[in-house]
Design a protein around this ligand. Sequence first.
Ligand code: ADP
Ligand code: MG
Length: 355
Amino acid sequence: MRKYHFYLFCVVFILAFSACVKAAASKESSSVENNQQADPIRAEFALNTVCSITLFDQAKESVYNDIFNRLNEIENLMSAHLPNTDISRINAYAGKAPVKVHSDVFNLIERALYFAEISGGAFDPTVGPLVNLWGITSEKPRLPSRTEINAVLPLINWRNVELDRQNQTVFLKNASMALDLGAIAKGYAADEVISIIKEAKIDRAIVDLGGNVATFGVKADKSPWRVGLQNPEFGKNNRGAYIGIIPGPAKTVVTSGVYERYFEYNGTYYHHIFSPYSGYPASNGLMSVTIVADTSMDADALSTATFVMGYEKGRVLIDSIKGVEAIFVFEDKTIRKTSGLEFILTDSSYKILTQ
Ligand code: ADP
Ligand code: MG
């Protein structure tokens, strides 16, 4: 009998992952660390995931409100699934007319196209028709036929997005094209949250938007944050279980992995990061790619891009960008990482390869 099982682990996972950040952060188990665990954390569903924010010390209700208002504002501009967002309007006018958008949207699309270019199209913000065909962000994902996939593949082409900076308009050249900023918008949002935290002069914070983690400041004892790397294996009860720790200094850590959103059909797992070339979930031996960078937006785009490119090409891309580091976790439980990054393995069933 044919069987569909759908897994969306955002809620459980993100909350657990925040706990995981803290658990890793509190390894030294000083009393100060214990105090940190009692500090307030606020979590809400936005941007199609659970967003959890922890503000330490001077945590004010008004700052939480500012943050969640901003997240909702971003969702109301950038979501491809809500009606009347700038992105939905661009999609509705695909092949018909350019659409004037908010400058934040314009700038984010421009940045997305930049990452599409440097990744050779592995990251492609016009992946919308594929995402919709698979229904991967919906309640009812399904395995489409090869014919259906072949029919949408010609629509996936970032070069057919026309930007007019002067008029701040975006035009999708072909009818039925559709933008989906799901692989970069959370990173952009995390950077926006960090700006609000800085402006509010809050010294220490943890931002976790569906696995896009940004830490700000240092721990109470002045030591840097340590972020846990989620165990990326499919179908196991390992939400919040981490396989190792990335010690500070505070930067942003973003992971793209097979486990975040997937369904099972006839014993095969299908995840949510697609190869724009084949139309199927990217399959190249990787379970996850984690990027450590200065901005969450870049880390978000690069984690998706390298996940699709695979280790060889992805590694070349990461090595070419200053200040960006990566950890690649493979299906055979081996790990490769770039040299500028420290990673403390805590799960002995994994193995770090040095070359
Ligand atoms: P997550 O959303 O789990 O943090 P990603 O940042 O990798 O993971 O984003 C995955 C989302 O991006 C998918 O749900 C889909 O909306 C979109 N997407 C899937 N494949 C691609 C791709 N090749 N290029 C750009 N966006 C993609
Ligand atoms: Mg991404």
